[in-house]
Design a protein around this ligand. Structure first.
Ligand code: HEC
Ligand code: HEC
Ligand code: HEC
Length: 133
């Protein structure tokens, strides 16, 4: 009878040790996943209220917009983009995107760092058009 108690106690200790990584995750580590980055909008962006397309679309597909813009400009010499609301934009990474989002570090970079994305565009395109002009 005494042996039975010892065996059960031993089993319990064994199970606790076995599951300790999961218990640790549930009770100690809870909520410590890296929080989503806080994106800052410039005064100019706030005043404009909207991006070139809907926010949801931009969050997910802004690289496609940039690809399309590049293609239009470089291949077709088309520089004006008209969105679904009839608003016109000059298709330019530095002069349009970074005109509203001139705080690249607190906007584009912050999100890219979080997602571990390293766009190589800035090898050629200036990232602070206002300061350099
Ligand atoms: C006229 C000003 C303006 C221009 C030009 C502009 N944006 Fe925006 N952008 C905004 C605003 C305002 C928001 C936020 C809208 C909101 O909060 O709903 C936004 C949102 C975004 C978002 C989503 C951010 C999030 O919270 O997920 C991305 C990505 C983005 N823009 C990228 C771009 C890119 C790339 C370009 C150029 C192709 C561009 N923007 C051009 C004003 C602009
Ligand atoms: C809400 C987060 C977020 C914001 C804000 C954001 N990006 Fe991105 N961006 C991403 C993610 C995530 C990817 C990678 C997507 C993929 O690979 O499918 C990406 C990819 C890109 C790419 C393609 C890179 C490649 O090598 O394929 C470009 C170009 C780009 N972003 C430009 C910008 C610019 C310019 C801004 C600021 C005006 C911006 N992004 C703001 C999240 C963001
Ligand atoms: C090797 C240099 C180089 C790199 C890297 C590069 N570009 Fe370009 N890009 C150019 C040149 C040159 C033009 C043509 C400029 C013009 O005609 O106005 C251009 C034009 C563009 C245009 C249209 C005109 C404008 O003013 O923006 C867009 C949009 C664009 N590129 C987006 C991108 C994006 C997004 C990336 C990164 C994924 C990128 N480019 C990387 C050299 C480069």
């Amino acid at each position: 009878m005494k042996d039975k108690k010892i065996i059960i106690a031993g089993l319990l200790i064994f199970l606790i040790i076995l599951f300790s990584p999961f218990l640790y995750n549930i009770f100690v580590n809870a909520g410590s996943a890296q929080p989503a980055p806080e994106l800052v909008l410039t005064e100019k962006a706030k005043a404009a209220k909207e991006c070139v397309r809907s926010t949801d679309y931009m969050t997910a597909e802004h690289m496609r917009v940039l690809d399309l813009w590049r293609h239009s400009v470089v291949r077709n010499a088309e520089r004006i983009y008209v969105n679904s609301k009839g608003k016109e934009f000059t298709m330019s990474l530095s002069n349009t995107c970074l005109d509203c989002h001139s705080n690249k570090a607190e906007f584009c970079d912050r999100c890219h760092n979080y997602a571990s994305v390293r766009p190589y565009c800035w090898d050629c395109h200036i990232d602070n058009p206002k300061e350099k002009e």
